[in-house]
Design a protein around this ligand. Structure first.
Ligand code: FAD
Length: 352
């Protein structure tokens, strides 16, 4: 089993962070030090790296995944590489292995990666190449996804008819790579937006099928309606879905991007949230502040009202809000918390 597989089985709070690869090389380089800081200060169980549907971010996603997995996050990495022979243990954050080649050195900030991978609008050869590359990089966790249609197209087309749904990718990875990868899949507490009727039960049947095909954990679409989430979670368990389900939590960072994002994935925004945001919507600092307290509140409720222990935090590549959410829950230095230590979430709700 991979470390992720062990994490999701543990009965204590844990969290994962999601990052997307920035568009430019400079943007990527700028992200490294932030990821390194968040990795060491906030102790995520693992880090997710997103994937552009159709393989549009292949090079950048793999680069980010490789750097995080190996802990090669030092901003001066390229200089360090050039001076590989001079790199001594501890210097520049690297530990010397295999005779001092910086490419194979494992940095102090090494962290398990869960690489997202979509299976539509790509040829099978491209999937094979990515899985092989992931293996070589030491990435042992894949979030197996179908993918959305490219921008401007309403429907996606399966470039290879063998890959119509995420389940086809789950099966394929199992068939080709056995148990090497720990496989996660996506879940939709409000039903998938593909269908106008948003039939939640149909989606639950498809989720169960993904579990039966070999998926080991679920990360949900972002949501803001905790009641709906908890009802869906109970329905999943009643339908025989036994694998861990991590709620996808995205702290609100900015009013317009929040509305755009929730529209895009058709997440319902409860009226009290809309009411709270309305008078502060043009004050970015106030919106962020509210976003932090809303996320704390959501996580604390889910923690106290269910057996869920793992939470997936969408960082939008930002640091502060996620840090403050974990701080608010009393969790950031608390990975070893006892299973029945509810003081953090209880205090967070009481302070509300
Ligand atoms: P599926 O599981 O295939 O489900 C898609 C739809 O098909 C659902 O309505 C489902 O009910 C239905 N369905 C499933 N199986 C069957 C079947 N056997 N027969 C008939 N219908 C079926 N997209 C990206 O491009 N890159 C990313 O990095 C990315 N990360 C994501 C992370 C998370 C946590 C989530 C929730 C989504 C992410 N997405 C990403 C978006 C995702 O690709 C889309 O939501 C996509 O529309 C569906 O992907 P899926 O894997 O859930 O597909």
């Amino acid at each position: 089993t991979t470390r992720i597989a062990r994490s999701v089985a543990a009965d204590r709070p844990f969290w994962s962070f999601e990052f997307f690869p920035p568009k430019t090389t400079q943007g990527l380089a700028n992200l490294y030090s932030r990821v390194a800081r968040m990795r060491s200060n906030l102790d995520p169980a693992w880090i997710n790296v997103t994937w552009g549907a159709g393989g549009t971010t292949t090079a950048r996603s793999l680069e980010l995944a490789a750097r995080v997995q190996k802990g090669h996050l030092h901003p001066d990495l390229d200089r360090v590489r050039g001076e590989a022979n001079d790199v001594e243990q501890g210097q520049a954050g690297f530990t010397r292995v295999n005779g001092g080649d910086a490419d194979t050195a494992v940095g102090q900030d090494a962290c398990d990666v869960c690489l997202h991978l979509t299976c539509t609008n790509v040829e099978k050869e491209a999937l094979d190449a990515t899985l092989q590359k992931a293996k070589e990089l030491g990435v042992r966790n894949i979030l197996a996804l179908r993918g959305d249609p490219p921008r401007g197209q309403e429907y996606w087309v399966a470039a290879d008819s063998r890959f119509q749904h995420a389940i086809d990718l789950v099966r394929y990875i199992r068939q080709e790579h056995g148990d090497f990868f720990c496989i996660g899949v996506a879940g939709y507490p409000e039903g998938h937006a593909d269908y106008v009727d948003r039939d939640v039960q149909r989606d639950i049947r498809h989720l169960k099928a993904k579990q039966d095909a070999g998926a080991q954990f679920v990360i949900t679409q972002l949501f803001y309606d905790v009641d709906q989430f908890l009802a869906w979670y109970r329905d999943c368990r009643a339908a025989g879905i036994t694998i861990p389900i991590l709620p996808g939590i995205m702290p609100v960072q900015n009013y317009l991007s929040f509305r755009r994002m929730t529209n895009l994935c058709k997440a319902k925004v409860p009226q009290p949230v809309l009411d709270a945001l309305e008078p502060i919507k043009s004050d970015d600092a106030a919106v962020k502040e509210y976003g932090v307290s809303l996320s704390i509140h959501m996580i604390a409720r889910i923690y106290l009202e269910s057996d869920i222990r793992g939470f997936h935090l969408c960082t939008l590549n930002l640091e502060k809000s996620v840090e403050r959410v974990l701080e608010g829950l009393g969790w950031q230095a608390d990975r070893g918390a006892e299973a029945d230590d509810l003081s953090g979430p209880t205090a967070a709700l009481a302070a509300d």
